[in-house]
Design a protein around this ligand. Sequence first.
Ligand code: URA
Length: 240
Amino acid sequence: MAISTTRLDRFISDYCQVNRKSVRLMLAQKRVYVDGLLATDIGKVVDKFSYITMDNEVLQANKAHYIMLNKPIGVVCATKDEKHKTVIDLLVDKFDDEITTNLHIVGRLDLNTSGLVLLTNDSRWSERLTSPEHKVAKCYQVTLEDPLTAEYISAFANGMYFSYEEITTQPAKLLIISTYQAQVTLTEGRYHQIKRMFGRFRNKVVALHRHSIGQLSLDEGLSLGESRVLTADEVVNVAD
Ligand code: URA
C-alpha cells in the first residue's frame, strides 16, 4: 500500500479550483507553506501528511497515527470480520472513529497467535517495516508439542523451501529456551510461516506469541487486548 504523492501545484490547483498559472503566482507571492516552510517550488512533492497552509489558512492537516496492541488469541487481524472480533474492534472504545477507520495492520498474526500488533494510517512507515529488503526482525516465543532438538537450529538458519510459493525462507534464528520452548526470529512474514517450519519436523506449535518487531518490544504494561499510542522515539527507531 504505497503512500500516494502529488505535486504541490496540482494539490493547490485541485483544492482551490484554479489553474496552474494562478498557482504559480500564489507561490511566487509567498503565500504557501508546507510543513512550516515557505514553498515556492511548483514541483514540490507532497503527500497526505504534508501540513499545507495558504494565507495562514490550513489546507491540509492529516495526522499520522501509530498504535501497538497486545492481541489476544481468538481476535482476527482484519479490519472487518463476520465471525470474529477484529483488532479494530479492540480499539474503538479508546480511539476516535476518524482514527480507527483509517488504520491498517502492519504484519498480521494468525487467529490463534497472540502478542504485538502494530497499526497505522502511514503506509510509508508500514512498508518500511514489512518490505523484504529491510529485513526487520520479528521475534516470537513458541511452545511446541514435542521436544526440540539441536537440528532445528540449522534447519531454520539454512532456510526451508516452500513449494507452494516456490521460495526458500530467509535465514531464521532459533534459540532453544527449554525442552518445549523456543524463541524464533524471522525477517519476513510468510503465511503461517512458523507453524509450517516446525511442521517440517512434524512438531505442532501449541502456542505462539510475538513479543517484538524491530527495536520495538511489546509493552509489558499492556494486558491482552490493551493498546497504546507509540512514542515519537518508538516510531522513528523501530526499523533501525
Ligand atoms: N508464523 C505463524 O505461523 N503464525 C503467525 O501468526 C506468525 C508467524
